[in-house]
Design a protein around this ligand. Structure first.
Ligand code: SAH
Length: 220
């Protein structure tokens, strides 16, 4: 099934009301970003009919575009005001990076699978997201040559907090990251870098694909 552009706009509006506002997403800039980014442009044809459903969708290579609520919730948790330099780990489709690019000044996003990175680069370029830069590599090491970041948003589930993230964060910066003992079930945490230490908030239970790399899970 295919939808016309205005049909997608209607589905997007409904998603923002029913899945985001109704569940407590309050930041008006986050809601505006979720209303602005055409999620349908980031998924392959097979996923388009269900793209505004309340669930993740397959994007190929065994990976998924996160559920809309999860994208909005993580973006809100990062507490962005517009001037931030952001690192996203796990580009996937590029959708999350597009949402973050509405909320900060500059987004660097890193993906370990070259085919996904290539497709996301192409999509973001076609849609005119000039403040998003896609990198290929192991995001468990952060992105040293672009540090320091005001916010780091990790969209795959880690086993522990990779040490590079706090090293590459400004004082006052936030890391939003799912961490869990199993590869599929995590708690979402927000860490904030203070002068001498990190503070931590628990933001609830989620299920992400595993973060695979030197400071993450090992490749299967
Ligand atoms: N933000 C994405 C969600 C993608 S799912 C979106 O909006 O579509 C998580 C992604 O993290 C997958 O594409 C997976 O390949 C990637 N990933 C897993 N481990 C990684 C690592 N060490 N470095 C970079 N990307 C990684």
């Amino acid at each position: 099934m295919t939808h016309a552009t205005d049909e997608f706009a209607r589905l997007r509006q409904r998603m923002v009301n029913a899945q985001l506002r109704a569940r407590g997403i309050r930041d008006p800039r986050v809601l505006a970003a979720m209303l602005a980014v055409p999620r349908e442009a980031f998924v392959p044809e097979v996923s388009k009919a269900e793209v505004y459903a309340d669930s993740p969708q397959p994007i190929g290579a065994g990976q998924t575009i996160s559920q809309p609520f999860t994208v909005a919730y993580m973006a809100e948790a990062a507490q962005l005001r517009g001037a931030e330099k952001i690192l996203e780990v796990g580009t996937g489709s590029g959708y999350g990076a597009a949402v973050l690019s509405h909320l900060g000044a500059e987004v660097h996003t890193i993906e370990r699978l070259p085919a996904l990175a290539a497709r996301a680069t192409e999509t973001l370029k076609r849609l005119g997201f000039s403040n998003v830069h896609v990198h290929i590599g192991d995001g468990t090491l952060g992105l040293a040559d672009q540090a320091a970041f005001d916010a780091i948003v990790v969209t795959a589930g880690a086993a522990t907090l990779p040490p590079a993230y706090s090293e590459q964060l400004v004082e006052g910066g936030r890391i939003v990251i799912p961490i869990g003992r199993s590869e599929r079930n995590q708690q979402l945490y927000r860490f904030r870098r203070g002068r001498n230490a990190l503070s931590m908030d628990d933001l609830g239970a989620f299920a992400f694909v595993p973060l695979i790399g030197k400071a993450g899970w090992h490749p299967a």
